[in-house]
Design a protein around this ligand. Structure first.
Ligand code: ACO
Length: 429
């Protein structure tokens, strides 16, 4: 292999494969013409080894535990920025100036209401519908109410992006109100992005709600932690659906649905359910660890393990610290945190987890923070979706602006029967 090319030897023949280099020294074999040149495809179920695109949005080093949005370390962004600044950074590529931030905030405020007719949809969902099913249905239905998005790079795109970012939290809060049978609370110009969401969730005609700054700060930080994570399952779904030139709402809805699964964003709800079960069974974590290691069981330690991180997820580090800070500041003692810390300690010293590089991921501690700030368990994945929206949008925009973009269309290795004849007894007269 030379600096710029690799050579693939197949029998007598040698094929040159160009080597692409990323900004941080990552290298990739450019196999785009592999099949045309050799008739071979690359077999990679789960895309473990496949770089599906070039991207300038998020950098992740799974061996070193590094995560950066547009070059900024996640730890610094969580410490110094608001979610709105980070959303702007992801979507526009640079942190906003004060004027840009204020204008962005004003636009988000202006687009925060949803079309009055959309309220009818909420009415017809069953009481106990999972908020993720309501969120996904409502986001795709926005394309019926706001159909003017066809192309990218114009004012309509900016408008659609702002609408989506803004209305996500309104839809999320309305789906919660629906699930508890309370009237919807409209967004208000008096509040910031996060406070507005909290107000729509927790105020009612008979209960005035004053957002607590501790809660508001925690929510900002949590949303930043979730804002992007390069080509994960849901972002890849957004890109795949978007590559057919489906509109932004349709593509983001695909992302929401992908996120819902317990192997992805749905894990945050499952972590709390798992910790609650352990508590209710007396709090012994050893049984759980043994059950996970039992090869005949499919049970997994939720909130642990990651496809890319082979060390501690940097988001989990921040979340663990934040969890202790928020609980202290709110004067809460949560037994589930004690159990989570015991589970972590036990797992990190166990050979099963050590040999497989299994560490806490972002979902392990965030649920305890969501609980502490009053978010119900079935809303956890919705919170993740609100946070991930700027990342999905940034990836959709980047893809649509890429002149080399083609429709996403993986190949397969066919292993079914060879050509068969339809038997005569089955033929219709
Ligand atoms: N608990 C127990 N064992 C695990 C866990 C876990 N959480 N995660 C992986 N393993 C084991 C697997 O059983 C497998 O063992 P084996 O080699 O003996 O068969 C090995 O580790 C590799 O696991 P894979 O499933 O092949 O790893 P993959 O990279 O495909 O999966 C995933 C990553 C889905 C995150 C996995 O670790 C998991 O299921 N974790 C629990 C769910 C979770 O927390 N998801 C959230 C991820 S973060 C996010 O999406 C925001």
């Amino acid at each position: 292999m030379s600096e710029k090319n690799a050579t693939l030897h197949m029998g007598e023949k040698a094929y040159t494969i160009p080597v692409l280099e990323g900004a941080a020294g990552d290298r990739s074999l450019d196999i785009r013409t592999l099949r045309k040149d050799t008739r071979f495809t690359a077999y990679d179920p789960g895309f473990v080894n496949t770089a599906s695109c070039k991207s300038a949005i998020t950098y992740l080093d799974g061996e070193a535990g590094i995560l950066r949005y547009r070059g900024y370390a996640i730890e610094g962004l969580v410490e110094h920025c608001s979610f709105i600044q980070v959303a702007y950074l992801l979507v526009h590529g640079a942190l906003p100036t004060h004027e840009e931030r204020d204008r962005f905030g004003e636009l988000l405020n202006r687009h925060s209401m949803i079309h009055e007719d959309m309220r009818n949809f909420f009415r017809n969902f069953p009481e106990h519908a999972h908020p993720m099913s309501v969120l996904s249905a409502m986001v795709v239905s926005m394309s019926a109410f706001y159909p003017e998005l066809d192309d990218t790079g114009n004012e309509e795109t900016d408008m659609t992006v702002t609408r989506l970012l803004s209305k996500m939290r309104t839809i999320a809060a309305f789906s919660y109100k629906k699930s508890i049978g309370e009237p919807f609370v409209y967004p208000s110009h008096r509040f910031s992005y996060c406070d507005n969401f909290l107000n729509m969730m927790f105020s009612s005609p008979v209960k005035n709600y004053q957002p607590n700054p501790v809660v508001s700060r925690a929510l900002n930080k949590l949303l930043i932690l979730h804002a992007d994570h390069e080509q994960n399952c849901s972002t890849s779904a957004v890109r795949l659906v978007g590559s057919s030139f489906a509109n932004l709402y349709a593509a983001i809805t695909a992302g929401i649905c992908a996120l819902w699964g317990p192997r992805h964003g749905g894990a945050n709800q499952e972590v709390i359910e798992m910790l609650t079960q352990i508590r209710d069974a007396g709090g012994d974590v050893n049984n759980t660890i043994e059950r996970i290691k039992d090869k005949t069981s499919t049970f997994r330690l939720m909130g642990f393990g990651h496809r890319v991180y082979k060390t501690y997820d940097p988001r989990a580090k921040v979340a663990k610290r934040l969890c202790e800070e928020v609980l202290n500041a709110l004067g809460i003692h949560d037994e589930l945190l004690d159990i989570a810390m015991k589970l972590e300690e036990r797992a990190l010293s166990d050979d099963y987890f050590i040999t497989r590089n299994l560490y806490p991921n972002v979902d392990f501690y965030t649920g305890i923070i969501f609980r502490a700030i009053g978010i119900p368990t079935n809303m956890f994945t919705v919170m993740f979706a609100i946070g991930r929206t700027p990342g999905w949008i940034a990836n959709w925009l980047e893809m649509r602006a890429d002149p080399t973009m083609r429709i996403g269309r993986p190949r397969q290795l066919y292993v079914g029967p060879e050509l068969r004849k339809v038997p005569s007894f089955i033929k219709e007269e």
